[in-house]
Ligand binder design. Sequence first.
Ligand SMILES: [Ca+2]
Length: 168
Amino acid sequence: MSRPHTTTIAATLASLTAVAAFADVPPIVRAPQDEVIYQIMPIAWRDSNLDTTGSVQTRFGDFGGLAATESLDYLQYLGVTMVYLQPIFPSPAYHGYQHGPADQLNPRFGTEPEFLAFVNAAHARGIKVILDFVAYGISHTSPYYASAYNNPSSMYDRWLAFTNTGTR
Ligand SMILES: [Ca+2]
């Protein structure tokens, strides 16, 4: 018997796969053991828009920074064939490992066209892009959490364990 959340996860993964399928340049196929993988925490990578948080210039990394010629030149110089991006979904956590809606991109990093521009530029250099989708943890901003909090009849109630301490 299929559980409701199985359908939701499948829809999310299908959505992410669909985004990848819209990339203009298909990736080069290699055996996994032949890949040279480089892990990137997007917030700590190259900034392209001199962003600020309040009055502080934070210059967080973003999709434009990933797609920058200097970034791709560096990765290519290292012989990288696959970039592993830590979570790029909306999240209250800087590292992204407590995500909110997983069918959206974190606007801190840019837009979907900017993300796809990075993917296409990477593919054009023979570099694949894989995404870290966090299936084991969500944040209080997740639609699953919002539905299940104080609502045992939620279809997501069984996904989460709540305590009675009055805290989330
Ligand atoms: Ca930035």
